[in-house]
Design a protein around this ligand. Structure first.
Ligand SMILES: *Cc1c(COP(=O)(O)O)cnc(C)c1O
Length: 424
């Protein structure tokens, strides 16, 4: 049986034999908020032949990726380092460089992803004598800058080495206000480094590393960067590098100071992930061709269409936006909460019907939101047609599952796209 990889069946855990078609025409529309659709230009770039490591094209490729990332991140000077890793790896990369005996790391409450980052960091913290602090989070709300300011004000001895914040929490579809967090750190007069997780937001929502005085920004390849999973990046400014240099810890592969070298073999702690770098380079070119401001506007417009559809769907009382603060709704992903109380309205069953019958792959709930929400990803290589198709497919699946939804969701999305306001 001939099958394009994008049409291959889901894992046996989710695809029961009765639900699986032997073949589907066209492509399945991928609306998970990561991995996202990979454009053909990126896939083709990754198929280029490998090079020997002394080939000058290797150095040129690495330099082009670093320059492209600096442009995308809005940083003139930051050291950009790449790792063969996913987002979890990059979390460890950050904390392995910032853990220091007697110091603490303040992980701002932001949802499932900051919770996971904190749990991971506590293990490293115990081994290195570093305390992990956290701020509380109100359900359905973005990170609270006032809580961060209070913890920093209380830290008179300046033991807190860094504030770590997640820009877009992919589990809840909530984007936090990075400028407000910067103001909170400044207002407390605290010298802590400012660290931001951009895994789900870079390429979808505006970010300016230097203007925000972010010291460390990290992310991974498979969301707004439109690449396959497996490549992580971190951008580190001089302040953060100096901190790592002054606080040696048990790290080798992750060590920023060791990596910040012009020697390729040191820079990658071994062989660079050449295919991924070629893919990233192609993706950066696609973003540059479209224009970064246009890329952001497109995400706002498409996200706005999903929010418009959800407003209609919610009218029947069985669904609602998980994010309670309209201004904080993400342009990357929308989390939709099932509140009917009817067990038959299980989001996981909805997902299976949407994927297997209507060729729209959406995401489920993570952590405490498992079984409570489903999520529609709208980031990366998307356009009006893919979003309208996804919304129609979700409506079809909700119809099959008997989930009550207000009529006119797709029409509202069309109206929102026609207005082109991008307001959600
Ligand atoms: C997806 C995601 C991660 C984790 O990335 P993996 O590549 O799955 O390890 C971390 N942070 C955020 C905000 C994410 O969206």
């Amino acid at each position: 049986m001939q099958m394009h990889p994008s049409q291959a069946r889901g894992s046996s855990a989710t695809a029961t034999s009765s639900a699986v078609n032997p073949r589907i025409p066209g492509i399945r529309s991928l609306h998970s908020p990561g991995p996202t659709r990979v454009p053909d230009a990126v896939m083709h770039a990754m198929q280029r032949p490998m090079m020997d490591l002394m080939d000058p094209r290797v150095g040129a490729l690495i330099a082009a990726c670093e320059d492209g990332m600096r442009t995308l991140l809005g940083s003139a000077e930051a050291e950009v380092l790449f790792y063969a890793a996913n987002g979890h790896g990059m979390w460890e990369c950050v904390t392995a460089n910032l853990c220091a005996p007697g110091r603490s790391l303040l992980i701002a409450g932001g949802g499932h992803f900051s919770d996971s980052w904190a749990m991971q960091t506590e293990i490293l913290g115990r081994a290195t004598g570093t305390t992990v602090l956290r701020t509380p989070l109100a359900e359905g709300h973005p990170t609270d800058p006032a809580a961060i300011e209070q913890v920093l004000r209380d830290d008179k001895a300046h033991r807190i080495a860094a504030v770590l914040a997640v820009h877009t929490d992919t589990a809840s579809g909530i984007t936090s206000d990075l400028a407000a967090i910067r103001r909170a750190i400044d207002a407390a007069g605290h010298p802590a480094l400012y660290v931001v997780d951009l895994v789900a937001s870079l390429g979808a929502a505006p970010f300016e590393m230097d203007a925000l005085r972010v010291d460390v920004a990290m992310g991974a390849s498979q969301k707004g960067l439109m690449c396959p999973p497996g490549l992580g990046y971190v951008a580190v400014n001089a302040r953060a590098l100096a901190f790592a240099e002054a606080h040696a810890g048990p790290r080798f592969y992750w060590d920023w100071v060791r990596r910040a070298s012009d020697l390729q073999y040191k820079k990658f702690c071994g062989t660079p992930p050449l295919a991924h770098l070629a893919g990233l380079h192609a993706a950066l070119q696609l973003i540059a061709e479209e224009g970064l401001a246009n890329v952001h506007a497109r995400h706002a417009r498409l996200g706005g269409a999903v929010h418009a559809a959800l407003a209609r769907w919610s009218e029947a009382g069985a669904l609602r936006p998980y994010c309670r603060v309209p201004a904080a709704r993400s342009s990357s992903v929308t989390a939709i909460e099932c509140i009917s109380g009817d067990k038959a309205h299980d989001p996981e069953a909805l997902r299976t019907v949407a994927r297997e019958r209507f060729q729209v792959a959406i995401a489920g709930g993570l952590g405490p939101l498992a079984g409570r929400v489903f999520r529609i990803g709208h980031l990366g290589d998307m356009n009006e047609a893919t979003i309208l198709g996804a919304l129609a497919g979700v409506e079809a699946a909700m119809t099959v599952q008997g989930i009550p939804y207000g009529a006119g969701g797709v029409a509202a999305a069309v109206a929102s796209l026609v207005e082109g306001t991008g307001a959600g």
